[in-house]
Design a protein around this ligand. Structure first.
Ligand code: GLN
Length: 388
């Protein structure tokens, strides 16, 4: 009874792990969402918005107040001026933003380059748009790419490339030099850079996030996607947005209009309070997450995991090959299931981030947007792996 389209989808492994976690009463380090409160300014703004006049549909591509706040913030952080009337589209989370973008720019038969490992939604996104993903590996331990291999992936059918920086699951932050290589290829092949920058403010060790839109000649061929979920700890509010040229924006808005009509109106109004938080908020956010990264890194290493130290985002990818052998697990999924059932910690099996699933067959992803107490509890439980 099902369409060929959805037959190609596998269930989201991330959400399946959350389900198993609830079943076994584990500590959930699978689905990347905070278990602590968002900033009070947002909650106050949401209460005010609900008491206001925002109960009917907003303008389909976003309330004027929010689009303006997005444009002002982008210019303040990255120095590019954006016209909120013609260049900003607000959607239901960055996931819908990505889907509306892909539907807005891709035709069946087009190719779209995706770095691997990648966040699980890009695959179904490409399938829905009828486009063909072409994968280019990011190679551990530092998850760089081979420029020649990337150049070979570009061809006459390449319409777009997805860049997710900081990257989920590897925590890689693309350097300006790497982005220049990608930008030059986009320009040479007349391709669009579609960037998922949802972790833009979660960058460690003094590194800086560089949006590829800020590189010469890239603003008009880039769709910059972000949202409020991760920067302000409100993944359930479902407010994401795209910044693009007026021409591309038209395509994104047309698709978005027929997918969801619009994001929740009161929460769009409340999101203005997030985007206008002072600079000190972002310094606090970076420090808070860097401390959590260091805490979980220490706990995982103590428990015997081989970690790839992330430079951004809030995940730690690990190589657990030795544990798979020791616990007689055929693959990452078997080991992740063992972890949640027997150890009481939910994680995400690495292969869910690869189209070539064998590449992630020994990898396990942990997330750390959790209270220190939760992280320590997980660390304590994981010690059972080596001290039985
Ligand atoms: N972005 C989050 C993660 O990667 C949540 C994703 C999801 O629910 N699919 O864990």
């Amino acid at each position: 009874m099902l369409s060929k389209r959805v037959q190609g989808f596998t269930e989201s492994v991330i959400r399946e792990m959350t389900r198993l976690n609830n079943l076994y009463g584990g500590v959930n380090l699978a689905q990347g969402m905070p278990n602590f409160a968002p900033p009070k300014e947002l909650l106050d703004a949401a209460h005010r918005a609900l008491d206001g006049e925002f109960h009917q549909y907003a303008v389909t591509w976003g309330t004027p107040n929010l689009r303006k706040a997005i444009a002002v913030k982008f210019e303040k952080f990255y120095g590019i001026s954006v016209d909120p009337e013609r260049q900003v589209t607000v959607c239901c989370g960055s996931t819908e933003t990505m889907l509306a973008t892909l539907l807005g720019i891709l035709d069946p038969g087009d190719e779209m380059i995706v770095f691997e490992p990648f966040y699980e939604n890009y695959g179904p996104g490409a399938i829905i748009a009828g486009a063909e993903p072409v994968f280019v590996p990011l190679e551990p331990p530092d998850f760089t790419f081979d420029p020649d291999r990337l150049a070979k992936a570009f061809g006459p059918r390449t319409k777009a490339i997805i860049i997710n920086s900081p990257n989920n699951p590897a925590g890689k932050v693309f350097s300006r030099e790497e982005l220049e290589i990608i930008a030059n290829l986009c320009i040479r092949h007349n391709a669009i850079a579609v960037t998922d920058e949802i972790y833009e403010h979660i960058v460690f060790d003094g590194l800086r996030h560089v949006p590829i839109a800020t590189l010469p000649a890239m603003a008009d061929r880039t769709v910059t996607i972000s949202g409020i979920s991760k920067s302000y700890s409100v993944t359930g509010w479902r407010i994401g947005y795209a910044i693009a040229s007026p021409e591309i924006t038209l395509g994104i808005r047309r698709a978005h209009d027929f997918i969801t009509v619009g994001a929740p109106h009161p929460l769009q109004e409340a999101a203005v309070a997030a985007l206008t938080l002072p600079d000190s908020y972002y310094a606090w956010l970076r420090e808070m997450y860097q401390a959590k990264r260091d805490l979980l890194l220490g706990l995982l290493e103590k428990a015997g995991f081989k970690c790839f130290k992330p430079s951004g985002a809030y995940y730690i990818l690990t190589d657990a090959a030795h544990f798979l052998r020791e616990f007689d697990c055929a693959d990452d999924t078997a080991f992740a299931t063992y972890l949640v059932k027997e150890i009481g910690v939910a994680t995400v099996p690495g292969s869910s981030f690869y189209a070539h699933r064998e590449l992630g067959r020994t990898e396990i992803r942990f997330c750390f947007p959790k209270t220190d107490e939760t992280l320590r509890e997980a660390g304590q439980r994981l010690l059972k792996l080596t001290h039985r």
